[in-house]
Design a protein around this ligand. Structure first.
Ligand code: UD2
Length: 345
């Protein structure tokens, strides 16, 4: 993406304080965009904003995406925007099991309202954070975009709400361009390792850096498709900014993954090697509801957006480990101002 092409056009990023959203804001700022970030800190973290909160082209609003007329009010404050990147969501699958209605309202209902607002405001592109969870349980690998439908058996309200929202986003009509990115297992700096349901890489790296044994649920032969956060951000930028017409036939829905399977046992061994720890791995019982394998077909995104993953697993893990080392050292030394930063303009 060329900085010179973007001038000082404006984008909205919901979920700006999240793991992926914060990286996306940073990239858009580096590309020369004005970025209006929105987050209610339900799961986003203030420290994720630290590296760019004071940027002269970043404006932050502590708001919820469930507020009606949110985009209209942001438009009133900042003027027209070209792209809405909608990443804010209830991200915890276990939470979605306990709160199915709230999940449907936040992850689906709010998305439909934002889409309607975007249409009325003449926004050019609406890019949505879909999920591999939209595929539910499947035996056939790799997963193609057409493998999710009304017949799918979703494992959680999270998966179903994301599927419904993706369907709404993909059925927008010109001139608004709706794109949903079904991301597989994203990892990288700023992913929070603190819950038992945090991404396995963030947990393993955290355990290894702390010198604790790595805990595998099940036999370790289950596989996942891991994709580094910088590659995911590149996919968002291409989806939101690209002028290229979609000739992939996938209707504005794209998988974002590496296309490669990695077993959890191989992953654990690799992290032990990269952190120069002895191979200290313990096995516990399988996590209830876990899928066995997950792998993306990435043909559609290659054709439609010219995207392919660039960061190999070992390189991405090395960056994640370096970041986690830094976190471990600076623990307790963080400080961040409270409140709304939107007055800076
Ligand atoms: C991801 C999502 C989940 C849901 C699902 C849909 C994350 C964190 N989880 O679950 O919310 O969207 O995709 O497909 O994005 N594991 C261990 N030890 C650990 C942690 C995990 O062995 O300490 C295993 C776990 O049992 C699973 C694999 O590692 O077999 C990956 O776990 P995950 O939670 O990172 O991701 P996944 O794909 O199961």
């Amino acid at each position: 993406m060329e900085k010179s092409e973007s001038g000082s056009r404006c984008c909205v990023v919901t979920g700006a304080a999240g793991f992926v959203g914060s990286h996306l804001c940073e990239r858009l700022l580096a590309l020369g965009y004005i970025v209006v970030g929105v987050d209610n800190f339900f799961s986003g973290r203030r420290e994720n904003l630290l590296s760019f909160a004071a940027h002269p082209r970043f404006f932050f609003h502590e708001r919820s995406v469930t507020e009606s007329r949110l985009l209209h009010e942001l438009y009133g404050a900042h003027g027209p925007f070209e792209t809405v990147f909608h990443l804010a969501a209830i991200v915890s699958v276990p939470y979605s099991m306990d709160h199915p209605e709230e999940t449907l309202e936040v992850n689906y209902g709010a998305t439909v309202r934002l889409l309607n607002e975007a249409e009325k405001l003449g926004v050019r592109s609406f890019v949505f954070a879909g999920s591999a969870a939209e595929y539910g349980t499947q035996d056939r690998m790799p997963l193609r975009e057409t493998d999710a439908g009304s017949w799918t058996r979703w494992l959680s309200p999270y998966g179903e709400a994301k599927y419904r929202a993706t369907t709404a986003v993909a059925s927008t009509r010109s001139p608004l361009r709706g794109v949903s990115l079904r991301c597989f297992n994203i990892y990288g700096p700023r992913q929070d390792p603190s819950s038992p349901y945090s991404g396995v890489i963030s947990r393993f790296v955290d355990m290894a850096v702390a010198g604790r044994p790595l805990t595998i649920f099940g036999d370790g032969f289950q596989t996942r498709d891991f994709v580094f956060v910088d590659d995911v951000v590149e996919a968002y930028c291409r989806a939101g900014i690209s002028e290229k017409a979609d000739d992939s036939g996938s209707g504005g829905i794209y998988n974002v993954g590496s296309g490669r399977p990695t077993s959890i046992l191989d992953l654990a061994r690799l992290i032990c090697r990269l952190t120069r720890r002895p191979e200290s791995i313990t096995f516990c019982s399988e996590r209830p509801g876990d899928i066995r394998h997950s792998r993306a077909s990435i043909e559609a995104i290659a054709r439609g957006l010219g995207w392919r993953p660039r960061i190999a697993l070992e390189e991405g893990l090395t960056k994640t480990i370096q970041w986690m080392h830094g976190e471990a050292q600076s623990l307790g030394a963080k400080d961040f101002p409270d409140g709304d930063l939107s007055e800076k303009k």
